[in-house]
Design a protein around this ligand. Structure first.
Ligand SMILES: [Zn+2]
Length: 161
């Protein structure tokens, strides 16, 4: 029997690089470095995408959108998130809420947290009070030149399925 609720978990990290914009949660944050690597480097949207895909036991973001594929170089990560949400809907589920923790030495996320929650909620089609954004500095982890995101999502059976 199909479970009524499902949990999903996602994790991602990207390295800071000079001279590129810093995109987190689909917003450009003021900082002198951005996140390099796959697509636009949006560590939070990637972790959300993987959490959604994981919740339906789907393929992960790297399998769907391989970093080796030139199509995804510099790509808007909202594209990945939309595909994950589409697969969630096709599986007969909808997103209830998500919670995230960002781990980065700088910049400070606190002043942007409300804007981030609003934007991520809009991208995911859920209320703002169903998006948790928490930020921590990487004490003792030696990851000061990286941004890390952990995300948990809860899905429930879609009303019309
Ligand atoms: Zn990523």
């Amino acid at each position: 029997m199909k479970p009524e609720i499902r949990i999903g978990y996602g994790w991602d990290s990207h390295e800071f690089k000079s001279g590129i914009p810093l995109l987190i949660g689909g917003l450009t944050l003021p900082y002198d470095k951005g996140l390099g690597g796959h697509s636009d480097g949006d560590v939070l949207l990637h972790a959300i995408t993987d959490a959604l895909l994981g919740a339906i036991a789907g393929p992960d973001i790297g399998s769907l959108f391989p970093p080796s594929d030139p199509r995804w170089k510099g790509a808007d990560s909202a594209v990945f998130l939309r595909e994950a949400l589409k697969r969630v809907a096709e599986a007969g589920y909808e997103l209830v809420n998500l919670d995230s923790t960002l781990i980065l030495a700088a910049p400070k996320i606190g002043p942007q947290a409300d804007a981030l929650r609003e934007h991520v909620a809009e991208l995911c089609g859920i209320p703002t009070d169903c998006v948790g954004i928490k930020a921590k500095t990487p004490e003792g982890m030696g990851t000061d030149n990286a941004a890390i995101a952990h995300v948990a999502v809860l899905l429930k059976t879609a009303v019309d399925s």
